[in-house]
Write a protein that binds this ligand. Sequence first.
Ligand code: SPQ
Length: 431
Amino acid sequence: MKAKKRLSNPNKGLNGELQVPGDKSISHRSIMFGSVAEGKTVIHNFLMGEDCLSTISCFRKLGVEITVTQDEVIVYGNGWDHLKEPVDILDVGNSGTTTRLIMGILAGRPFHSVLIGDSSIAKRPMKRVTEPLKKFGTVIDGRSEGNFTPLSIRGGNLKGIHYSLPVASAQVKSALILAGLQADGVTEIVEPQQTRNHTEKMILEFGGKIEKHGDTIKVQGGQVLKGTEIYVPGDISSAAFFMVAAAIVPHSKVLLKNVGLNETRIGIVEVMKKMGASIEIVEHSKAGEPIGDILVQSSELTGIEIGGDLIPSLIDEIPVIALLATQAKGKTVIRDAEELKVKETNRIDAVVKELGKLGANIQGTEDGMVIEGKTPLHGGEVHSWGDHRIGMTLAVASLLTESDVYLEDAEAVKISYPDFFEHINQLLEHE
Ligand code: SPQ
């Protein structure tokens, strides 16, 4: 059994400035594009979380030289054709993004590779990627007819396809774009809802071409990408924990610096504004990935309804939004979020059960949850379920409880935010 971390409520506000670590989605993609591009790619503010380290390890096994220093990560890409057949299994650890996006790259490579991950990855559905990749002409299989790891791929000779995504997923879309870049002819992908568009933006950074008309993305095959310099903005999904903490812990005022404000990721800002949070955004760069500072202060909140096209823009923030809702007056309803069931854990079940243990009035539904507030929270024994976002949500909850919270498997936060607990303490120690 993993050790329990004791979290005592310091009974004070969070104050000061913070630079949250680099964006996880963009960090993964920078290694992947750097690996298939020609020439050197220098990445600044790369996220040294366990998931992104899994991506580095997989690409090293594919023969790519990648150096990591305190200040930057350098990827020495030699083009698509220089990826080598791996001698060893590619271990994706806990990372869904690594698993799904790397499949799109391997689908076009004329060699054999095998992907495995941890016990959480073994439960996450992969048919949503393997099925459309087969349509490109790749040979790919896995447990339960290609739905689960271990997966094996023998790629090569792809032909562009036209495909309508059955679920709104940036990972599936990105895998198909990566295969499309290597295919003969044009690939068209239709999205049911707009999802995060970091892959599309990054193709342009690497000198490639991609078009979007309405909900259809069009990518020409046979593209040669060129190495470049990437600055990874702070991760809004990590900033979200401090945005919520500052909003619900009395006497808080927190300035989050250099956070990515990509329009496909900022649903949490809209939700917090609608709930009545005191939140100000100062954008200071619009080119490529927009970046800015976010100032949040504690305030009175009101429950709202969250659903529809907003969901993909805040899907990873829903656990901490549920916590926010426990401190808002009235009812908050979250719907259209059934995708939460197939994340690192079933995040509907995990949030309902663990926040419930601390006294939250929260019910799970088929596609989300219903939360009644405002509820005082109390201490207790809770579990991260091995899911970084559940662990961080419970740690933020402990800032409000009367007695101590004991968090089992707090180590899970290292997946996306290795310094999370140090950063909380930093804001609590500020005078
Ligand atoms: O990589 P992983 O494990 O899938 O990470 C998560 C997360 O909470 O960090 C989801 F569990 O983020 C996904 C996100 O939910 C990262 C992502 C991406 O980088 O493209 C897209 C989203 O997933 P999906 O399934 O909607 O494409």
